[in-house]
Structures are given as C-alpha cells and as structure tokens.
Ligand binder design. Structure first.
Ligand code: SAM
Length: 335
C-alpha cells in the first residue's frame, strides 16, 4: 500500500505551528455541511451518547437532534476548541506526534472525524486506538471531501483520486482488524448553492464521502444503510417524462430539466467509429438526470462516473452519454 514516504507532507514542521492560527471558517460549502450533519444525525443513534470529535475545530457538525451526554473534542487549536459550542470538554493533543489517545478503553459510543483524515501521518495506529476507546458496537465515522490544506495533507492522499481515497480509508478500517467491514456513502455532483463564494465558477457542491464501521463485538448493527434510506435525486414524473421524450425531436429540450439541448460533434477517431456526426446533448450541470447519475453509478460500483441526456436526431432516439466530470464533452459543443 505504501512506499516509505507515503505519509510525508510538503510542510513537515510541527503541526502545532500550522494550527495555532485560528480558522473560524467552514471548510466545505453549505450544502455539503448539511449533508455532513444529516449523516451524523442518522448514524449516531441512541440516547446519552458519549462522542469524541477527533481532530475537532470550532464546529463539530452534530445536529441538535442528538442528545449527547458528553462530546469531547481533540485538536490543535485551543481558541477553536474552547469556542466550539457542541463540545462538553476538549483536549489539546497532537495525533501525529503521539497517536495514543488520552482516554481509557471502551468509553465512547461514537468517534467522528470530519474533513481531517487527510492530515493523519499514522492512520493505522490511530484507527487501532479509536477501536480501543470505542465501546463494542461503537461507531467510527470518517467523513471527507476533496478540499484540503495541501501542505499538511499526506502524500498518498494528495496523489490519490477521490475514489482511491475511499479505498484507502476502507483499507485503514480493514487493517486495524477490530471493525466490521466498512460501509461507504457518497454524495456528489449536487448543484453548488448559488450564494456560495465559488458559485460563479460552475463547479458542483463539495462531494461528501462517509466511510464508517462499528467496533466488533457489539452484535447485529442497528444503524441504517444511508444508501437505502436516502432516496436518489428525484426525476420528473414518468408520464411527463415519456411525453417530453417523444417530443424531443421538435422541442430539442432535455426531458429531465427542460433546458435546450446543444449540438455536440462526436469525436471521430480510430477507436470510436460512430455512424453519425452530431448528437444533441443536455449540458445543464444541475440537470437531475446528471445529478442522480453520480449516485446511481456509484451504487452500481462505477465510481466517479455519471451521464448526460443525449438525443440522436438521425434515429430519433433518446440516449445517455457517460461523463467522468462536468467538463467532459464540452469541447465538442458546436451550437
Ligand atoms: C480542516 S480542520 C477540520 C476541523 C473540523 N473537524 C471541521 O469539520 O471543521 C482540521 C483539524 O484537524 C486538527 N488537526 C490537524 N492535525 C492534527 C494533529 N496532528 N493532531 C490533532 N489534531 C489535528 C486541527 O486542529 C484542525 O482543527
């Protein structure tokens, strides 16, 4: 899995120096944040929970529906930790310097790690330690996105693609040898909130990846499978959709979002022998067909892919074309 410098960083100075600067900011957009809260709200179950927020800042993203008995924060910025209203108490502790956690065995019901796993230089030791301090059946929930402080993220994280990072975290759980096999939940490709500071750039909302497992020995899990209980992005009603599909020939509009389709030239090369020159493709980045596609494909094991609606005028046929990103295909737009 790793070469010797896999967990090296561009900035190898003491973490306490970098994190001494207060950062009272959110690290992901508001939609992604609400997804984080919903995930925590669904997965942290039961009353009087004792929770550890590992690598905590000023916001622990714990929804008010959770009535915890105790929420401990562990991190490297005293101002942020002391102003975190979700915490009952906190400790200042450098995990990279000392991955042993300053807590007794079997005391936590849940350990959360939010948008911070990128910075762990000794993850396997930490995952084992989290296993030690969790009660049997307790939850370790690791949530991450694709933004990071580059200089402090470990090399393997920086160099991995988003899907590989999911595999990496699953691997940490598996190698620790004290957890159930991990679950994965992904939310990506959603439209970025309009008021967001990057809203004008046309990039989607920050993706959210949740990889989580329970400490062995807790019996049958009572936690819901998020991929089952949370419905996929809604499409128009099937009858309306059928009507719109039939009319595409005349409207040249996407039946899913009603946006005008754009003429797209098919790339002809020795590997793609298309028998037509053009398709009409929906390039609306917020089209529900495309947004839903990321989740559908992920649930089918095709990570990092979605599809756009396309219309073949030669055959009067509605179809879909696969896309690995929002930028894909756009260079072929000709009208
Ligand atoms: C991107 S912030 C995320 C904070 C918070 N979890 C959130 O969701 O907003 C990364 C956090 O990791 C903590 N951190 C980074 N390196 C650490 C280390 N070596 N030991 C303990 N905490 C660390 C920092 O204190 C910082 O609060």
């Amino acid at each position: 899995m790793k070469s010797d410098d896999s967990f090296s960083r561009l900035d190898e100075s003491d973490d306490s120096i970098f994190y001494a600067t207060d950062r009272f900011v959110q690290h992901i957009d508001s939609l992604a944040l609400s997804t984080v809260e919903r995930i925590i709200g669904e997965l942290v179950i039961g009353d009087n929970q004792v929770i550890l927020d590992l690598m905590a800042g000023w916001d622990s993203h714990i929804p008010s529906t959770i009535q915890a008995e105790r929420v401990v924060g562990l991190g490297l910025n005293r101002n942020e930790l002391s102003r975190n209203r979700g915490l009952t108490d906190w400790v200042y502790h450098d995990l990279n310097e000392n991955p042993s956690l300053p807590f007794p065995d079997n005391i936590f019901d849940a350990v959360l790690n939010v948008v911070s796993i990128d910075y762990m230089t000794r993850p396997l030791e930490v995952f084992r330690e989290v296993g030690r301090i969790l009660k049997p059946g307790g939850l370790f929930l690791v949530i991450f996105s694709n933004r990071m402080f580059e200089q402090k993220a470990v090399k393997i994280w920086r160099q991995a693609g988003e899907e590989e990072r999911v595999l990496l975290v699953e691997d940490f759980f598996n190698r620790a040898g004290i957890y159930s096999s991990p679950w994965v939940f992904v939310s990506k490709g959603k439209p970025r909130p309009k008021e967001d500071k990057y809203g004008h750039l046309g990039i989607p909302s920050d993706p959210i990846y949740a990889v989580y497992a329970e400490k062995s020995g807790g019996g049958e899990s009572k936690r819901p499978d998020l991929s089952v209980i949370w419905p996929l992005t809604e499409l128009p009603d099937p009858e309306q959709l059928e009507g719109r599909k039939k009319a595409t020939k005349d409207t040249l509009r996407c039946p899913h979002c009603n946006e005008g389709l754009l003429k797209w030239e098919l790339p002809q090369n020795p590997f793609t022998q298309w028998d037509m020159e053009f398709l009409f493709v929906c390039f609306n980045d917020t089209c529900p067909f495309l947004v839903r596609g990321w989740e559908v494909m992920y649930r089918q094991g095709n990570m990092g892919m979605s599809y756009r609606f396309a219309y073949n005028p030669d055959r009067d046929q509605c179809m879909s074309v696969p896309v690995p990103s929002l930028h894909a295909l756009k260079e072929g737009i000709v009208g």
